[in-house]
Design a protein. Structure first.
Length: 328
């Protein structure tokens, strides 16, 4: 797809969304709703509609969720939630039944839903628990992966020094005659560094919103916090999965994101492949300072203006760009 557009600016978000959609559905359900051309089948359209509707509902919470005595002014639309949950559960139940039947006939598969089915038998998990865990991974893994990669790519085209340094690491570990695999991650510290990017009384029952945006930009905690410098994560050990409160992309504590490691691996994989296969630059006439780095407000923060970049192939073997997806 990128090869056919060599030299032309690409809107990365649409391509990243397609990859993320396929990755999540294959890992969770072992199903591919989309072909190599980006065509989605009927079940896939229903799946995407449910995901988008769930995000829309989640973003529509009113102030009454935080100020209890206003709830009579802003009643919850119970019918909206009921309809959404019925659609979601109908599709999920159908897919789970397919996997349960396959497990009986041919044994275990390596998909997330199969692991949950095994645990359901061992620990007597309810359908609500299984459905909830499945959709936690799905709804928190799609847009967040796309957003993370798009923001990272925006910085990489604005800072060619960082892009070149990462490509040198990729070439030294992987070379140019094969593609990156997950087993390579432990040998790619710079790639993983690029992915990482008291005294109050709190009343009982209060909802607390942690301003992770401000914490991650606090000059008391970070040296030159606004400078794009992945090296900072190599200079000291920083746990991004809830152990270090200076950066909390996945939350912390008992309700930390269950898909944290999956999210890290997906983002690292997408960035690694993009930078290993291609050199990236801004469209002709565009300067780094021209890139719109403003956020679009919402439950997840996309770039206000979708990133456009030009891809130039950098691997020698053409077959590395024409690989056939492996069925899982």
């Amino acid at each position: 797809m990128f090869l056919g557009n060599e030299g032309k600016p690409l809107v990365l978000r649409s391509h990243l969304a397609m990859v993320s959609f396929n990755n999540i559905t294959r890992l969770v359900f072992g199903k591919r709703f989309m072909n190599a051309n980006g065509d989605i089948n009927e079940e896939g359209h229903e799946f995407k509609s449910i995901v988008n509707n769930g995000i829309k509902i989640g973003a529509s919470l009113s102030i009454a969720e935080y100020v209890w005595y206003l709830r009579w002014l802003f009643p919850l639309n119970e019918e909206l939630y009921k309809t959404h949950n019925e659609r979601r559960d109908h599709l999920t139940k159908k897919i789970i039944e397919e996997h349960a039947k396959a497990l009986e006939e041919s044994g275990s598969k390596n998909h997330f839903v199969d692991a949950l089915l095994t645990l359901r038998e061992q620990y007597d998990l309810s359908d609500d628990t299984v459905f909830g865990l499945l959709w936690d991974i799905i709804t928190t893994g799609m847009d967040t992966t796309v957003i993370s990669v798009e923001w990272a790519m925006a910085e990489l085209v604005r800072y060619p020094r960082v892009q070149k340094k990462l490509q040198e690491e990729l070439d030294s570990v992987i070379g140019r005659d094969r593609v990156m695999s997950e087993e390579d991650f432990q040998k790619l510290p710079y790639l993983l560094a690029l992915v990482k990017v008291g005294g109050y009384n709190i009343p009982k029952g209060a909802d607390v919103t942690v301003n992770v945006w401000a914490i991650a930009r606090n000059p008391d905690e970070w040296r030159n916090p606004l400078e794009y410098r992945p090296e900072r994560f190599l200079e000291e050990s920083i746990d991004i999965k809830g152990g270090d409160f200076r950066v909390l992309p996945f939350g912390a504590g008992r309700r930390v994101c269950p898909g944290a490691q999956l999210g890290i691996n997906l983002v690292a994989s997408m960035i690694g492949h993009l930078l290993h296969h291609f050199e990236w630059s801004l469209p002709e006439g565009t300067m780094p300072e021209d890139v719109d780095m403003m956020e679009s407000p919402g439950i997840v923060m996309f770039m206000s203006t979708p990133l456009q970049a030009v891809a130039k192939p950098r691997l020698d073997k053409e077959e590395l760009y024409n690989r056939v997806p492996v069925e899982m």
